[in-house]
Design a protein around this ligand. Structure first.
Ligand SMILES: [Zn+2]
Length: 410
């Protein structure tokens, strides 16, 4: 490793300076643009892991198998005392953070840029343990659940899934001081009841029924507040906060019961962003910012819970599409049409098929579309069926038409 084997003079000079913070525009230098999937499976991840396998910076091995005998991978970076465990895609159809982690691994293995001090600081102060794609069987099916049908984020008490058994062995063996539990959320989540989609949502889970603020939970709340501030400065769509009902079978709750602060990060929608690139970028920045903060720990001083609770709770104001002000010719009513995209795996082509579903109809003035269209007249022969693929033609005054055929925008 080049920067580990540099001579003492370099180290003596470097120890006089704080490692420079990561500058967000530089993310593009590390983004692996060819690694972009909504239906991200192990076959996509393995070539990425092969690229980093030869790097002396990482220790990579399998820590067991899924129920269908797919390998579970762990990647370690660093030799420091602050142990940080980061896992992605425990729900098989939630790929955004897996892409962000691959970008991050490329950042960590780089040794020819201006971030050598920062990288060295992470390496010497932290031990990072990445587990990308914890649910490869679910990913194969584009399913939240594992091959048996178990939701692994509700399995920490009984350990009925093989994946969670392997995960908990790894947890006991590694003994982390911090945990980052990375997921994707549905597109409809908004920042409060605003028109902003929650591109990122956070949660510091409750350790008990009373939603107590234990010292461990307080630490993760303070971390979340720090990270939310970063998101606010970085993106026009800010972060939301999940409500903190207690789910004893979930991972965040378990980590807090074990006195390990755990931050849940959910990637969400952004306008014109089908691959969730914005959330991917923010995940990358969030993790680097978290490492920087864990190293200097300054954020833990005198913050309290106020900044955490001032993050708006998630609302549900967002739809994938809204067609405003349509006139139904059969009775003259004026309605808005709300559309949500349904993604279904096609196991012949191994591609996802996206279909617009008519999800709502009426006054949608308190809801906001990631895409919005101007309405028009809908012929009296058209049957508008809720929860069915959008199948109608809207004739605008201008003479042009907006046509949906079997859920697809023509
Ligand atoms: Zn999830």
């Amino acid at each position: 490793m080049q920067w580990i084997s540099l001579n003492n003079v370099y180290f003596r000079i470097s120890s006089f300076f704080m490692a420079p913070k990561f500058k967000s525009p530089d993310y593009q230098l590390y983004r692996q643009s060819s690694f972009q999937h909504r239906w991200l499976r192990l076959e996509h991840l393995i070539p990425e892991l092969d690229k980093i396998k030869s790097s002396a910076f990482f220790k990579m091995e399998s820590f067991g198998q899924s129920e269908e005998k797919r390998p579970l991978h762990k990647i370690e970076f660093g030799i420091g005392p602050k142990k940080i465990m980061i896992w992605t895609q425990m729900h098989g159809n939630e790929p955004t953070a897996t892409m962000a982690v691959v970008d991050l691994l490329h950042f960590l293995m780089n040794d020819g840029d201006t971030y050598q001090f920062l990288r060295k600081s992470i390496y010497e102060n932290c031990t990072l343990l990445f587990i990308p794609l914890l649910n490869p069987d679910g990913a194969e099916r584009f399913s939240r659940r594992n091959a048996t049908g178990i939701d692994m984020n509700r399995d920490i008490l009984q350990l009925q899934s093989l994946e969670m058994n392997n995960f908990i062995d790894l947890f006991k063996d590694f003994k982390p001081h911090w945990a980052f539990n990375l997921h994707d959320q549905r597109n409809f989540f908004s920042v409060g009841n605003s028109k902003c989609p929650a591109t990122i949502s956070f949660l510091s889970a409750s350790p008990d029924e009373q939603r107590s603020i234990s010292p461990t939970r307080l630490k993760s709340m303070q971390m979340v507040a720090t990270l939310a501030e970063l998101v606010e400065s970085e993106s026009i769509c800010h972060s939301g906060r999940y409500s903190d009902e207690y789910y004893p079978r979930a991972l965040g709750e378990f980590f807090h019961s074990q006195e390990v602060p755990c931050v849940l990060v959910e990637s969400g929608a952004f306008p014109n962003d089908p691959f969730r690139d914005e959330a991917r970028r923010l995940n990358f920045l969030i993790l680097i910012h978290a490492f920087e903060n864990i190293i200097d720990e300054e954020f833990l001083e005198e913050m309290g819970t106020g900044p955490y609770f001032s993050i708006p709770e998630n609302g549900k104001t967002i739809l994938d599409g809204i067609i405003r002000g349509c006139v139904l010719e059969k009775n003259g009513s004026k309605v808005d049409l709300g559309l949500m995209v349904q993604e279904k795996p096609n196991f012949e082509t191994m591609e996802l098929e996206s279909t617009y579903i008519l999800s709502d109809l009426g006054d949608l003035s308190f809801q906001y579309g990631l895409t919005e269209w101007e309405g028009g007249r809908i012929s009296e022969n058209t049957e508008l069926e809720l929860e069915k693929p959008a199948d109608f033609e809207i004739k605008r005054k201008t003479g042009e038409s907006l046509v949906f055929k079997n859920g697809v925008l023509a």
